[in-house]
Design a protein. Structure first.
Length: 173
């Protein structure tokens, strides 16, 4: 029967990691915290930008036009400003058309409110009818309630060739 070797207790005690002083522990924790903060900042997504625009209309072609302009406005804000943009029109138009989730502002209110709550800014796309839009008016009020600043995006049509590939936008407060 083989005999088991019992390690030398003095050798074990002599080779245990040196206990750190309180100062060394605090320094190590501070370095770990700084590293964690830096890593979190590098992984944090860009703040959410909410793009509001009029949409509802009994005219299906007008809704389609507004949807297409919103696609280009979303792309404009992403590419020129580097913002992470949520457009309820870009998001919900396919849901309405393809999945049959038609709904007015009352249907989408709580969903859009949730997106606004996590947004850093509200961008209002000033398409014809934006001032009368029930949804845009409500989104502006919700943004104000949450202390979210509002900026405006002008959609230029004059001097711009017609066609879906020709869009001109100007952002201002």
């Amino acid at each position: 029967m083989p005999t088991e070797t019992i390690p030398d207790l003095h050798w074990l005690l002599g080779n245990l990691p040196k206990q750190k002083t309180e100062e060394e522990i605090e320094q190590s924790l501070a370095e770990q915290f700084a590293f964690g903060v830096q890593a979190a900042e590098q992984q944090r997504p860009r703040p959410l930008t909410y793009l509001a625009s009029p949409y509802s209309s009994p005219d299906g072609m007008l809704r389609l036009m507004r949807y297409e302009i919103n696609i280009h406005a979303t792309a404009y804000l992403i590419t020129t400003q580097g913002w992470n943009v949520f457009s309820p029109i870009v998001h919900s138009h396919p849901l309405a058309v393809i999945a049959g989730m038609n709904g007015d502002w009352n249907f989408w209110r709580e969903i859009d409110r949730g997106y606004l709550q996590v947004s850093e800014r509200l961008v209002v796309l000033r398409l014809p009818g934006w001032e009368e839009s029930i949804g845009v008016t409500a989104e502006r009020h919700i943004a104000h309630e949450f202390g979210i600043p509002t900026v405006y995006l002008e959609y230029a049509t004059e001097g711009v060739p017609s066609g879906p590939e020709n869009f001109s936008f100007k952002l201002h407060e």
